[in-house]
Design a protein around this ligand. Sequence first.
Ligand code: DQA
Length: 145
Amino acid sequence: MKILVINGPNINMLGIREPDIYGKGTYRDLITTISTHCEKKDIYLECFQSNHEGDIVDKIQAAYLKFDGIVINPAAYTHTSVAILDALKSVGIPTVEVHISKVNEREAFRQISYVSYYASKVITGLGFDGYLKAIDFLEENFNNL
Ligand code: DQA
């Protein structure tokens, strides 16, 4: 199985940005955690992070027919990006949306998610574990999504 993990803007600042909300682990720690999990499961993994909406759209388009699942934390673009939603719909790859924080308990502007119009599942508030749960969900439901 081939999984693409996409992280949006400011996720590269994990460990520095608002540690009370996002924790002390760095982006590198996140990638190590995800990679170790995928190695154990024999899942092919690619991780991508960008602060630029168009680059995320390009990456999703490039995944067409190449990946079996996408785990995406669109970060701030969650709440604004119809372009990322449309890219996911274009390629038709089963997708799980992840948020490190409990977005549903935060500001009103974070209550809208465009990506969740497409995602098969949304996982929030579990920190780095949310990414692992998303990978497990895609693996368990391979062929059924
Ligand atoms: C986030 C939540 C978003 O509202 C925020 O803009 C982020 C990170 C999360 O992982 O909790 O950058 O997606």
